[in-house]
Structures are given as C-alpha cells and as structure tokens.
Design a protein around this ligand. Structure first.
Ligand SMILES: Nc1ncnc2c1ncn2[C@@H]1O[C@H](COP(=O)(O)OP(=O)(O)O)[C@@H](O)[C@H]1O
Ligand SMILES: [Mg+2]
Length: 240
C-alpha cells in the first residue's frame, strides 16, 4: 500500500528541550491511523509540523511522497481539525463556512452537502447561530471545516475532547463513515486508547516524543501494555 504521510527522523527542540524525537512513522493510503499518547507526549506538535504550522528542528516530512518543506501544494489535499477553531458566534454554521469559502476559495456548492454529511442540516439547526450550538455541534462544524474543501487526508487532533460518551460515540461513527464514503486517509490523535481502538486500522503510540509502538491494536492487547481507565501504560518502563 502507498504511503501518504511519512515522518523521518523528526525532532522538535524548544528552548534546548527535545519534545519530539521520532525515527519513523508511516500512514498508508485509505487507512485510519490512531495516534496515541498521553498529554504532553508531542501529538499536537507533530500534527502541526505535518501541516507546516511549525517547522521541525531536524528531519523530513513527506506527504504523497513529496517533501513538505519544498512544496506547500499538498495543503490543498489536507483537511485538519487542530485545537479549538474560533467561529463567528453570531453567524450560522453555513455562514461560518461561507466566510471560510471566501478566504480559501473552494466551491460554495460544497457547503451544504458537507453540513449534511456531519449532520447539521436538520430543520431546527439550520438557522441556529453558532453561539447557541452545543459542544457536539461545534465539533461537527469543526469537522465540516476540515471536510469542506474535499481533502484526501484528514488530520484530527483529539476530535472528541470534551464530549460526553454519546457525543464521543457519534463523532467516532461519523469519522469512520466519512473515511469509508470519501475514501479518506485519516490521522487521528487521542490520549485514550478506547476512543481509537475500534476505529483505527493501525496505531502509533508515542511517549515523551518517542514512538514506542506502531502496528495493529490487537498486538498491544496481547503484549506488555496495560490499560487503566482507557489510558494505557507499558508494564516494564513505568508507563506513561
Ligand atoms: N511552543 C512551545 N514552546 C515550548 N514547549 C512547547 C511548545 N509547544 C509544546 N511544547 C511542549 O512540547 C511537549 C509536547 O506538547 P504537545 O505536542 O502539545 O503534546 P500533546 O499534544 O501530546 O499533549 C510538551 O511538553 C509541551 O509543553
Ligand atoms: Mg495535544
């Protein structure tokens, strides 16, 4: 299978502190790659580097086989949901996407179908201003922002953070459905194993900026990883 994202010997140093030190990560075409690690492990930093929002200190990132440092065209293929998006509270979801459309320039005709896809087109929601959205609706709108330009790759940084269990379930099902329907490659992070285990084809686990495991989830279960309350720990090195 083709590699869509490759990270090679990637490091990020802040004020003499190495926060990321990854030898290699590969994300394959069409897969859902679960990117796991405790808070502070370096997940957001790595995703920002993939998006060229911050520069790696050393190392190389390839998207579709091309070095992202040399060419930023790949960004048109990548939809992302990273940190809290800020919305115009006094506009509807549609109007927020329309403002985005004016900035980015995708087809306006994408907006409504995308809102349908994420489940924000029910009669009662159409005219609702974003300031009256529930947290789950805001997450759905964030997904709509990531999807509306019809990307091939989705980078989702802890997309279910802050949601209640039913909200988590809904967003998770939505991501799986989107990946299938649209044939997307999805790179999704979480600090909670159980949020990812049922949807990811493969997982990468990082701890303190290092990759400590990459492969099928089943292998974790039969190895020396232990799970406590959805977080998981390695038995022999004192865990996360
Ligand atoms: N701009 C920054 N300056 C200094 N340290 C940072 C900065 N951004 C992140 N870090 C540090 O890098 C480490 C990884 O953070 P982060 O990527 O946010 O982890 P995660 O997303 O896995 O919770 C943390 O120790 C964090 O404090
Ligand atoms: Mg983070």
């Amino acid at each position: 299978m083709e590699n869509i994202i490759e990270l090679h010997n990637l490091t990020k140093v802040y004020n003499d502190v190495t926060t990321v030190k990854l030898e290699k990560i590969t994300v394959k075409s069409g897969e859902i790659y679960g990117f796991l690690g405790p808070n502070g492990a370096g997940k957001t930093t790595i995703m920002k580097m993939i998006l060229s929002l911050i520069e790696p200190t050393t190392g190389k990132i390839l998207v579709n086989g091309r070095d992202v440092k040399k060419n930023k065209d790949y960004l048109s293929q990548v939809g992302s949901m990273i940190e809290e998006p800020s919305y115009y509270p006094n506009l509807t979801g549609y109007e927020n996407l329309l403002v985005f459309q004016k900035m980015i320039g995708f087809s306006e005709g994408n907006i409504w179908p995308t809102l349908e896809l994420v489940g924000l087109t029910e009669e009662k929601n159409r005219k609702k201003l974003v300031r009256d959205y529930s947290l789950g609706m805001k997450q759905r709108l964030a997904l709509a922002f990531a999807l509306v330009k019809e990307p091939k790759i989705l980078l989702l940084d802890e997309p279910t953070n802050g949601l209640d269990p039913s909200g988590i379930h809904e967003i998770r099902e939505l991501i799986v459905r989107l990946a299938k329907v649209k044939g997307l490659t999805v790179f999704i992070s979480s600090h909670i194993l159980t949020e990812i285990e049922h949807i990811a084809d493969r997982v990468g686990i990082i701890n303190k900026g290092h990759l400590v495991y990459e492969g099928k989830i089943e292998s974790i279960k039969s190895s020396n990883w232990i799970e406590i309350g959805g977080n998981f720990y390695q038995n022999n090195i004192g865990g996360f």
